[in-house]
Design a protein. Structure first.
Length: 245
């Protein structure tokens, strides 16, 4: 754990709506799986995936969002992630890019840059990142949704947005799959969007080791057929569905 930096480093009056800030832990999935990290989980989402494991950030039908979400001072968020002692910070959600027009978002990115952190943003790929965000972020972990998420294709797949992410040169694309035909669907999308296979990760859907064992068996051979990368959900194997891990 590092010493707390001088308070002037965090001199901002801005705030951001978050569900939680936690660490140190490991990034459990995707291109950076296994790296030590802090997580900042923002509130709110523009999609409503039926299997979402963070519905407490957006689903008012199931959760009391007044209790789940907090407008937190950015200075406090920065101080907390620095105490975690990890060199990478993952901003996740919900959908973090809903916040990119807020001053609190820019203050957070500025502060993380001054702390020397690698910043990764996890996004569903339906909101185009602005130039400021692109300049500050090291990597976008873009996770477009397939039909099993339970929404129309028009809502969950925005080709022009995915192309914009591709063109940043900072995006990797992580697709949640349950069965082999899901991987076929991914292959069709990435071909249409001209996304190189080496930038694609297939991830089995599941919130328990038992479910992941099934979805992995269902998808791994098809992912290898297309020469896609594969990622497990390490945090689920280690801690199940526990929050803050």
């Amino acid at each position: 754990m590092t010493d707390t930096p001088p308070v002037e480093l965090f001199s901002t009056d801005e705030s951001l709506v978050i569900a939680e800030c936690f660490g140190p832990t490991w990034q459990g999935e995707g291109a950076s799986a296994g790296r030590t990290a802090s997580f900042v989980r923002t509130g709110g989402c523009n999609l409503s995936c039926g299997w979402c494991d963070t519905q407490y950030t957006w689903n008012a039908d199931r959760y009391n969002l007044r209790e789940e979400l907090t407008r937190a001072p950015v200075a406090g968020i920065l101080a907390e992630v620095e105490q975690h002692g990890a060199d990478m910070v993952v901003i996740t959600g919900g959908e973090p890019l809903l916040h990119q027009q807020q001053e609190g978002w820019r203050s957070l990115l500025d502060g993380l840059k001054r702390l020397g952190k690698r910043v990764e943003v996890e996004t569903n790929g339906t909101i185009t990142p602005d130039a400021y965000t692109v300049a500050c972020v090291s990597q976008f972990n873009v996770s477009p949704k397939l039909a099993h998420a339970g929404m129309s294709e028009e809502k969950r797949i925005r080709p022009e947005v995915l192309t914009a992410f591709r063109d940043t040169g900072k995006a990797v694309f992580k697709w949640v799959c349950r069965i082999a035909s899901d991987v076929d669907a991914v292959a069709a999308y990435v071909t249409d969007l001209d996304i190189p296979a080496e930038r694609v990760w297939i991830m089995p859907e599941g919130r328990s080791a038992e479910v992941l064992a099934v979805t992995t068996r269902n998808t791994v051979e098809q992912a290898l057929f297309y020469r896609f990368n594969y990622t497990h959900r390490m945090h689920v194997l280690l801690w199940g569905d526990e929050r803050g891990r």
